[in-house]
Design a binder for this molecule. Sequence first.
Ligand code: JD8
Length: 242
Amino acid sequence: MRVDIISIFPEYLAPLELSLIGRARAAGLVDLAVHDLRRWTSDVHRTVDDTPYGGGPGMVMRPEPWGLALDALEPGHLLVPSPAGTPFRQSYAQELAGEPHLIVACGRYEGIDQRVLEDAARRMPVTEVSLGDYVLFGGEVAALVILEAVLRLVPGVLGNAGSLLEESHVDGLLEAPVYTKPPVWRDLAIPEVLRSGDHGRIAAWRREQALTRTARRRPDLLTRPGADPAPRAGGTAGGVAE
Ligand code: JD8
């Protein structure tokens, strides 16, 4: 997968060089480039912002540098982080993992002149995505989150494909709590069932924990249209205890 990220703070994207994503790059699975938007300015002050039409606080990103930046890249699926975007979810990360080319446009200030998106949509798919209902300074951290969620789904990046199928938000449920050694720590013992060696009982316990947790912490996940907590293997039928 090819990924281009455009930002006035390219140094914010440094984590993409690290760990899992860095390994995926080294292995040639991901071809990732970070571009400084100011490269496509031509005035001495390398201006990227101007006052908003219609008045109001703050500044808006001017369309010209963005237009030139997007012209300079091969068309791809353009993602624009924005608090006004469609909520980003695991199912969408899964769709994006199959794309050959993603471009992420990281805005700052009050956002990017809307005509940039309108113009880009003439030659590529454009999607405004939101990380959630809180306000960030700009799109860079959102780009990191989106790319971490997407790139770990690209075949070969994670290494352990099995762990993809049994995690929170894949089957619409939160996960059961996890434990490791020692079996008793500060007088706290792990749940006995996990030491039973009975894989059927363990699966049933985890399933019940997942349902209970989801019902308590995220009831919206159980009532959302399309929610279907049935398919996880080894589970008991339906209901939530307590
Ligand atoms: C991109 C500029 C800040 C946005 C005034 C100050 C995503 N879940 C999310 N929350 N916030 C963002 C986000 C915020 C951004 C930009 C993403 C570019 N800002 C502006 C408009 C209102 N603030 C986000 N994804």
